[in-house]
Design a protein around this ligand. Structure first.
Ligand code: GLN
Ligand code: ZN
Length: 774
């Protein structure tokens, strides 16, 4: 094919679409079903209606080929487990009794059975349910849902392209089922799984599907030669089936790297590649294999993960290069639009000038269609769109929101001294000891206390105008007094105010920082029926006023014990927001860090001697490819140190992270130079303490001794035993006693007893340490 015919054939598509509906109809229907208020038929009706509406939206916008089968009641990886018959033994009865209830039991568990484990989908904030496989797993094809949804689209007269999680990614995302040896590698099941995929593909072909998409995002991660061989084998086998639809293997979230030559050689009919951040690397790799002369290339030039308008001219230039490299070039989002909200036009509260820079799913769809038209008919066919796009991009660049000279000057002036504490750790530790006068094995909590129904009601009442600010604030103050009184009585050493004024640990700060935007309807699926509304880092960041000083100082004014100030760290502020795409993440992180640094300084000036800067997202933001990690960790640790580096030696900086597997970032954790770190550890039985010790972690640490993910109350004996284990790795001068994470999702009765037990255990262990008393 010549590049001219490749251009003339250019079509528009997307890899997937938001599922929930503009008013989160799906969430409401599913949760109603769980409560018994919505029948299964009504739920199915709502779901079918949403699918129809969304396909129609895509078709009306000019999308030539709509994705099917990307819809889900909960999660597409769980749907894949159903499709291949990988139902865990403990769920089989429930699934046999009722497929829908069984499905939700796998997703959420019930009285009798635990759900599948949930974890993050690559480096997004979407969570999937981890397949559980073992040497005895027997796969069986169930193509019913995929076939039915393809036919639904066909009945509307639309060309559908079923989207499946590919077999290699499915196996790479799986883990050994309970009871299966940890060394078991799910990928060894590939030969058993491929015939099941073959059957599903044949069924889809029989239903009329011309193309089927197999998503293989796991191939954008570093892969061993054995894993690459498995991919080669999978697509050789599937590609050489006789009765099959055309196969499009889709990659996204990063460059394909070593997997690109493997897939280029495979007998499949098309590849989808990410040409957003990974554009240069994918272009080079494509050129290196001599292009894809016999394949369809689906070019993901419109970013499916951010909420910014596309630079249409830049995309056209990328597409122009691609025309010379493939038999046919189609235009798409870089990944499923699942990761962005549905419609920016619904955001009526955002300044119209700024709103023009935003593209949610519907706007991205329009961009893709415009690009396809431009490619097929020449730029003359999209002159008006290009002019408008150029003007919007220019207005963004020139805006006072995105270019605050004071913020930029300050960020440019950051020195090495700003990212270093003024004294080495040994001196700080001594100064903090005499300033804080804490016992050995000091007790503390991670920040939040139970967010009670009364607190949520008070917030809703304030929003609805049923109560005034004064009444709301009195409610918050009363809650803080109660939380402090409990901690004093229980004998906790370093207190917290409990965070009752915070709806969310990122949103609370975003609302108070200049440069951040909030959306009203910008919901994005986090998992199942849980949707979040990430704030948007839109401009240069500054802090007009202190954000936490008032409540922290209030708390300190009603107790003699130290109250720990609580801030969300710069990396987490970025990770749980939509970030700017017009400057490096490092620059955005530095601006946020400077704003937080001012907050830290104000807290210290107002008498706060212990300040915790939470960074639960430090590890989850780690780039997918190892080669990119050092650069990320460098800016991430710098941002943390910039936030915390300006305090006096006797002010104690804490940080907190909520995961037990931190082996790959332990050096970065050390580099944060925090005086104290609390980590989740209760479930892994103080392995965290041993890992810190074997790394030679030199400062204080509190591996969690109370698993807050469970309503279970840990007994004092159990905590005592955990602490004694911890002491085998960490000396008593450096060991803290705390829960795994914040308490906001727990109930008061369990929290009360658990923390009392924790203090009892700390006292018992202290008493056993020679020459000390509590
Ligand atoms: N300080 C926060 C809290 O206690 C930390 C939450 C988190 O680590 N995710 O709720
Ligand atoms: Zn946590």
């Amino acid at each position: 094919m010549t590049s001219k015919s490749a251009a003339a054939a250019a079509r528009a598509t997307v890899h997937g679409y938001p599922r929930q509906g503009q008013h989160r109809e799906l969430k409401k229907a599913i949760e109603g079903y769980w409560k018994g208020q919505v029948t299964a038929d009504a739920l199915r009706g709502t779901a079918a209606g949403l699918r129809r509406r969304h396909w129609q939206q895509l078709a009306d916008a000019g999308i030539d080929e709509v994705p099917t089968g990307d819809f889900s009641y909960y999660d597409h990886v769980l749907d894949t487990s159903v499709m291949v018959g990988a139902i865990p033994a403990r769920h089989r009865d429930a699934v046999a009794a009722d497929a829908l209830d069984g499905y939700f039991a796998m997703a959420r568990g019930n009285q009798e059975v635990a759900p599948l484990e949930m974890t993050k989908w690559f480096d997004t904030n979407y969570h999937y349910l981890v397949p559980e496989l073992g040497p005895d797993t027997v796969f069986a094809a169930d193509s019913a849902r995929q076939v039915a949804e393809f036919k639904e689209a066909a009945a509307l007269g639309l060309t559908g392209r079923p989207v499946l999680v590919g077999p290699v990614t499915y196996l790479l995302l799986a883990k050994p089922a309970p009871g299966v040896a940890a060394g078991f590698e799910p990928l060894t099941l590939l030969d058993r799984l491929l015939p099941v995929y073959a059957e599903v593909l044949a069924d889809l072909r029989a239903a009329g599907a011309e193309w089927v998409q197999l998503d293989e995002p796991a191939l954008v991660q570093d892969r061993t030669p054995a894993e690459l061989n498995a991919a080669a084998r999978a697509y050789r086998d599937l590609g050489t089936l006789t009765d099959r639809p055309k196969l499009l293997v889709a990659s996204y979230f990063d460059r394909l790297g070593d997997a690109l030559p493997v897939l280029a050689k495979a007998p499949v009919d098309g590849l989808a590649l990410d040409f957003t951040d990974a554009a240069a690397a994918n272009l080079d790799a494509l050129a290196a294999v001599g292009g894809l002369p016999d394949k369809r290339l689906v070019a993901g030039v419109v970013n499916g993960r951010n909420i910014w308008i596309n630079d249409l001219e830049r995309s056209l230039s990328t597409l122009g290069t691609l025309l010379g490299l493939a038999g046919r070039v189609d235009i798409a989002s870089s990944c499923s639009l699942l990761h962005v909200p549905l419609d920016a036009a619904a955001e009526r509260d955002i300044d119209p000038q700024v709103a023009r820079w935003l593209a949610f799913a519907r706007q991205k769809t329009a961009e893709i269609v415009t690009l396809a038209r431009g490619l097929a008919q020449g730029t003359g066919a999209i002159t008006a769109e290009l002019a408008a796009n150029r003007a919007d991009l220019a207005s963004r660049t020139a805006s006072a929101l995105t270019r605050d000279p004071a913020v930029r000057a300050r960020a440019a002036a950051v020195t090495d001294a700003d990212v270093h504490r003024s004294a080495p750790y040994a001196d700080r530790a001594a100064a903090q000891r005499s300033h804080l006068r804490l016992p050995l094995l000091p007790t503390t909590t991670i920040g939040s206390f139970p967010q009670t129904a009364e607190l949520r009601t008070a917030r809703a009442d304030l929003r609805a105008g049923r109560i005034g600010t004064d009444a709301y604030e009195e409610r918050i103050a009363a809650e803080i007094r109660e939380v402090l009184a409990f901690q004093e009585k229980a004998g906790i050493d370093v207190l917290v105010h409990g965070e009752p004024e915070r709806n969310d640990m990122v949103q609370y700060f975003a609302e108070q920082l200049t440069g951040y935007l909030a959306t009203r309807h910008g919901w994005v699926q986090s998992y199942g029926t849980r949707y979040v509304r990430p704030p948007i880092l839109a401009g240069d960041i500054s802090r007009p006023e202190p954000m936490t000083v008032r409540w922290t100082a209030y708390a300190q004014s009603v107790t003699d014990r130290p109250v720990k100030g609580m801030l969300t760290g710069p990396v987490t502020m970025l990770a749980w927001s939509f970030v700017r795409d017009d400057q490096p993440l490092a620059d955005t992180a530095r601006q946020v860090a400077l704003a937080l640094r001012d907050e830290v300084g104000d807290l210290e000036a107002n008498g706060t001697s212990v300040i915790q800067v939470d960074e639960p997202a430090l590890r989850e933001t780690l780039p997918l490819r190892a080669a990119d990690r050092a650069a990320y960790l460098a800016w991430a640790t710098e941002a943390f140190r910039l936030t915390t580096g300006g305090v006096r030696p006797d002010t104690q900086i804490h940080t907190h992270m909520c995961y037990a597997e931190f082996g790959d970032i332990v050096q970065a954790i050390d580099d944060l130079d925090a005086d104290v770190i609390s980590l989740e550890a209760a479930r892994s039985h103080m392995q965290v303490a041993r890992e810190l010790a074997s790394h030679g972690y030199p400062r204080e640490a509190g591996p969690g001794v109370y698993d807050i993910h469970s309503p279970r109350i840990p007994g004092a004996d159990e905590v005592t035993a955990l602490l004694r284990k911890g002491l085998e790795a960490i000396p008593p001068e450096r060991l803290w006693v705390n829960p795994d994470c914040g308490l906001k999702t727990r109930g008061w009765p369990e929290v009360r007893t658990s923390l009392e037990n924790l203090v009892t255990a700390a006292r018992t262990v202290r008493g056993g340490l020679s020459g000390t008393a509590s």
